[in-house]
Write a protein that binds this ligand. Structure first.
Ligand code: FAD
Length: 367
């Protein structure tokens, strides 16, 4: 069976690894030139029933534990004035440990036989039985779209397109925080810190590389606004001033994260597929992860689900039945769980950015 996996994110790599562990070969086509070609994003908490289960099935749980950060589970929740509602500095370790996405990707890539991932391989067109990459057409018994939000494979199955959520992020970093920004390091703590108020948020997370990564969240009707009106990569001084002005009703330690950040500002409009996105079976092709069920990050499930999808699909394919039976079994389990997470994520987004979001979130978490 010739399996072509389009996209080497966490979902596609997990699929390839669990297939390999079960004696099935596949090829991953990834447009990035290497696993470290770009910033791989922040820290992820691995959930027992999804991300951790995937790592166990992949035979990589020990490697994961070696780089996981239990202290990263610490969480602070406050409003814009700095009134703290939750300060869970020392949660029970082991429940949902954090891991840097870069490390997780490295573990998966290193576990695959040489040649499984074709780096720098942008798939330019797809049919249910072929993919075209670098001018070459590759025949396939199965094409898996693991190619994220703007999937090239999805149109074979569905007309759905990601919809702008009404929320935009500007991503900033503070580097070498223990030495250079000890006050910010103490304020954020070893895990995550969320400050929500007035339809805005400062969401900071400690990463394993000595950095604090901060997502500044702003409600904006125009999905291009943050990238055109707010962030000017050529003028970080003015960008920083505009952000400080936008968050002038937030407490000083929160504004301090903006003031002390490195001079790189990355705008990100947050999109999601319609909740409950699904399709009718088309022979020889399926989707997983964000390609199947892109959602906003407010359920903390996207990467966990992508890894679980990859695992379930691999196990279904390795079970020995024909491809269509395996795809039906995989999709039947995947659709409802993705719908539930997408629903939670959409609800959480609204709840967090309505007035009183921090108090409400604290109530939900206490419940
Ligand atoms: C700000 C933010 C914070 C988040 N925080 C969390 C969190 O805390 N916990 C969590 O579980 N989830 C989180 N998520 C969601 C998570 O990042 C995604 O759900 C997850 O990365 C999806 O994995 P994937 O493998 O499906 O897709 P992706 O990670 O998007 O990977 C897709 C891959 O396909 C490649 N590709 C795309 N097109 C092509 C092509 N034509 N040819 C070849 N390759 C292609 C891309 O280069 C990419 O490597 C967050 C998301 C955001 C935006």
């Amino acid at each position: 069976m010739k399996i072509s996996i389009v996209g080497g994110g966490l979902g596609g790599l997990t699929l390839a690894r669990v297939l390999h562990v079960n004696g099935v070969q596949s090829t991953v086509y990834e447009l990035d030139a290497s696993p470290t070609a770009r910033d791989q994003g922040g820290t992820l908490d691995m959930h027992e029933e999804s991300g951790q289960r995937a790592l166990r099935e992949a035979g990589l749980f020990d490697q994961f534990r070696a780089v996981a950060r239990d202290e990263g589970e610490a969480m602070r929740l406050m409003d814009g004035r700095g009134t703290v509602y939750i300060d869970d500095v020392a949660p029970e370790p082991g429940g949902r440990p954090e891991v840097d996405r870069k490390e997780l990707k490295r573990i998966l890539v290193e576990s695959l036989p040489a040649g499984t991932v074709r780096w720098g391989a942008k798939v330019t067109s797809v049919t249910p039985s072929t993919i075209t990459v670098g001018g070459e057409t590759v025949e396939s018994d199965l094409v898996v779209g693991a190619d994220g939000a703007w999937s090239k494979v999805r149109p074979l199955l569905s007309d759905a397109r990601p919809i702008y959520s009404g929320l935009s992020f500007v991503e900033i970093h503070l580097s070498d925080v223990d030495a250079k920004h000890p006050d910010a390091a103490a304020f954020v703590g070893p895990g995550s810190m969320f400050a929500l108020d007035h339809g805005k948020g400062v969401m900071a997370q400690r990463n394993g590389d000595g950095r604090i990564r901060v997502y500044l969240a702003i409600r904006a009707e125009d999905e291009n606004w943050a990238g055109t009106e707010l962030v000017d990569p050529a003028d970080p001084v003015q960008t920083r001033l505009r952000l400080l002005e936008l968050f002038d009703d937030f407490a000083e330690p929160l504004r301090g994260l903006i003031a002390d950040a490195d001079a790189t500002f990355v705008p990100r409009a947050i999109h999601a597929l319609p909740v409950g996105h699904r399709w009718t079976r088309v022979p020889g092709v399926t989707l997983l992860g964000d390609a199947a069920h892109l959602m906003s990050p407010f359920a903390g499930e996207g990467a966990n689900l992508a890894m679980l999808d990859g695992t379930d699909l691999a196990l279904a394919l390795a079970a020995g039945s024909d491809v269509e039976t395996a795809l039906t079994a995989y999709e039947t389990a995947m659709f409802p769980r993705a719908e539930e997470a997408a629903h939670d994520s959409a609800t959480n987004l609204v709840e967090c950015f309505e007035p009183g979001g921090a108090q409400r979130l604290a109530g939900v978490m206490a419940g």
